[in-house]
Design a protein around this ligand. Structure first.
Ligand code: NAD
Length: 458
C-alpha cells in the first residue's frame, strides 16, 4: 500500500525565486491586509490561507479596517524552550508554544498540540480559528492555541509527565482560569490536562479561584465534564443533522468515510453509526480500510485504542490511499490534520458533503475544486465547535462547583450547535455566499458588535 499523506508533504519549501514568482501562483490568496502586515507570500502558508478565508467575509460585511488588522494577527505569541530529564538520565531541550489570538469576547481558549512537527504558523492558525469558532458558537471565550514539539508516542509516561509539567511551569504566568484556558488537541489527552491542572494548582496562590479551571478536557475524576471526550464528534453529527436535509441526504442509511480515527474521527463514526449511518472507509497514519457493508465503528475504536491505528482491523479490506479518497459516499469527514484535502484529493473525492472535523483540512485550491464539483463543505469553525462548547460547560461547572448530568450536557451542546448552524444558513441566504464565508460572517458579526461597544484602547 502506498504511504498515506505526511504532514511534511503538505508544506512545500518556500520557492527560492521569491515573492515575485509566488505572486503569480493562482492559489495565492490576495488581500491588501497581507501586504500591510507583511504576511509570507507563500500560497501554502497555513496562516495566510486561514486568515484569507476570514478576510473574504470581512470585506463582504464591510468590517472596519482597524478590526481587520486586529483579527489578522494574534495578540501574543509565546515561545519557550525548556530542558527535561529523560529516563536514561540525559537532558533534552523541548520547544513549546502558546499563541493568544484574541480575547475580546472572553478569556483565551484553545487546545495544546503535542506533535513532533508543530510550528508557530500552525499554532497561530489554530488560535485564530478558535477566536472565530467561539464567536460563532456563542461561548464567552476568545481564541488561543499552544503545543509542544514532541512525539508523545515516543516517550514513557514518566517522561511525558515531566515534559508536560515543565512546560506548564514555563507558561504558568501566561495562563489562568480567567485569562487563558488550554485543552486537549492532537496528541494530548485528559491525563495531560490533569498534570497541567495539578502543576498549575501548586504554582498558583490558592484562594478560591478554582485553579483546576485553568484547563478543560480533564478526567471526570478531577473536574472534567461528562460528555467532553465525545463532544467534538457529537458536534459534527449535530451539525450534519441540521445541514443534511437541505442537501437532500438522510443520516439514516447514509454512507460515510472518515480520515483520522482519533478523538474526533472515532466519535463521529460511532455516533453516526448509532444514528443509522454506515461507516464504509477509514484512513489514518497506519493505512486505509474499507467495507461496503459497513465497518463496526465501535469495534474499530477499541481496535485503534489497543493497536494505535486502523491497520489490521479484521472485518475490512486494506485499500490504497487513492481508493480511500475515491470511495463513493454521501459524507466525507476529514478528522486528522490540516491541509490534507488539497487539489489532488479534492479531484478524487466522490461525496456529496465534506464535514470538516479537523481544523483547516481543506486548502483554498482543494476547496475551489470541491465547489466546481458541487461538493458542499461544512466549515470547521461550525462543524467541530462541539469540543470547545463542552469545554465551556466544564469551565462553568468548575466555576459553580456543580456537576451536570450527561443528558443536560448533550442538550445544551445541541442548542449551541443548532443555533450556530441556523446563523450560518441565515448568513448564506443574506450574502449568497458559500458556507465557509457564511460561518465567518456569523463569527465576525458578533466580534464586530463587541468591539463597537468596547472600543480599542486607548
Ligand atoms: P487525535 O490525535 O486523537 O487523532 C488524530 C488522527 O489523525 C489519528 O487517527 C491519526 O492516525 C490521524 N493522522 C495523523 N496523521 C495522519 C496522516 N498523515 N494521514 C492520515 N491520518 C493521520 O486528534 P483529534 O483530537 O481527533 O484531532 C483531529 C483534528 O480535529 C485536529 O485538526 C484537531 O485540531 C481537530 N479538533 C479536535 C478537537 C478535540 O476536541 N479533540 C476539537 C476541535 C478540533
Amino acid at each position: 500500500m502506498s504511504s498515506v499523506a505526511t504532514k511534511a508533504a503538505k508544506k512545500p519549501a518556500k520557492n527560492a525565486k521569491g515573492a515575485q514568482q509566488a505572486k503569480a501562483d493562482p492559489d495565492l490568496l490576495q488581500h491588501p491586509i497581507f501586504e500591510e502586515l507583511g504576511f509570507p507570500s507563500d500560497a501554502h502558508n497555513l496562516y495566510r490561507q486561514t486568515v484569507g478565508a476570514m478576510l473574504q467575509a470581512a470585506d463582504l460585511i464591510k468590517l472596519p479596517h482597524q478590526l481587520q488588522i486586529v483579527l489578522a494577527q494574534p495578540k501574543n505569541e509565546i515561545m519557550v524552550n525548556f530542558p527535561v530529564r529523560m529516563d536514561d538520565g540525559d537532558f533534552r531541550l523541548f520547544k513549546g508554544y502558546r499563541v493568544q489570538h484574541n480575547n475580546a469576547l472572553g478569556p483565551y481558549k484553545g487546545g495544546l498540540r503535542f506533535h513532533h512537527d508543530v510550528h508557530l504558523d500552525d499554532v497561530k492558525s489554530l488560535s485564530f480559528l478558535m477566536t472565530m469558532k467561539c464567536s460563532l458558537v456563542g461561548v464567552p471565550f476568545g481564541g488561543g492555541k499552544g503545543g509542544i514539539k514532541v512525539d508523545p508516542y515516543k516517550h514513557s509516561k514518566g517522561e511525558m509527565e515531566r515534559i508536560v509539567r515543565r512546560f506548564t511551569s514555563a507558561i504558568a504566568h501566561q495562563i489562568g482560569p480567567d485569562y487563558d484556558i488550554p485543552a486537549p488537541d492532537v496528541g494530548s489527552n485528559a491525563q495531560h490536562m490533569a498534570w497541567i491542572a495539578d502543576t498549575y494548582t501548586f504554582l498558583s496562590e490558592v484562594g478560591g479561584h478554582q485553579p483546576e479551571a485553568v484547563v478543560t478536557g480533564k478526567p471526570v475524576e478531577f473536574g472534567g465534564s461528562l460528555g467532553r471526550e465525545k463532544a467534538t464528534g457529537q458536534g459534527v453529527v449535530d451539525t450534519l443533522t441540521e445541514m443534511l436535509p437541505e442537501i437532500g441526504v438522510d443520516i439514516k442509511g447514509c454512507k460515510v468515510s472518515i480520515l483520522g480515527y482519533g478523538n474526533v474521527g472515532s466519535w463521529t463514526g460511532r455516533i453516526m453509526q448509532d444514528r443509522g449511518a454506515k461507516v464504509v472507509a477509514v484512513m489514518d497514519h497506519t493505512g486505509a480500510i474499507a467495507n461496503e457493508q459497513g465497518i463496526d465503528a465501535h469495534a474499530l475504536a477499541v481496535h485503534v485504542q489497543k493497536l494505535g491505528g486502523v491497520a489490521g482491523f479484521k472485518n475490512a479490506e486494506r485499500i490504497e490511499k487513492e481508493e480511500f479518497y475515491g470511495m463513493k459516499v454521501d459524507v466525507f469527514v476529514p478528522a486528522a490534520l490540516e491541509q490534507m484535502v488539497q487539489a489532488p484529493e479534492a479531484k478524487l473525492l466522490n461525496c456529496k458533503v465534506l464535514a470538516e472535523g479537523a481544523n483547516a483540512p481543506t486548502t483554498p485550491a482543494g476547496e475551489r475544486i470541491l465547489e466546481q464539483r458541487g461538493i458542499e463543505v461544512l466549515p470547521a469553525i461550525l462543524c467541530n465547535a462541539g469540543g470547545v462548547t463542552v469545554s465551556y460547560f466544564e469551565w462553568v461547572q468548575n466555576k459553580t462547583h456543580r456537576a451536570w448530568d450527561l443528558e443536560h450536557v448533550d442538550q445544551e451542546l445541541n442548542k449551541h450547535m443548532v443555533r450556530a448552524a441556523s446563523k450560518v444558513r441565515e448568513a448564506r441566504r443574506r450574502y449568497k455566499c458559500n458556507l465557509r464565508t457564511a460561518a465567518y460572517v456569523g463569527a465576525l458579526e458578533r466580534l464586530k458588535a463587541a468591539y463597537e461597544v468596547r472600543g480599542i484602547f486607548p
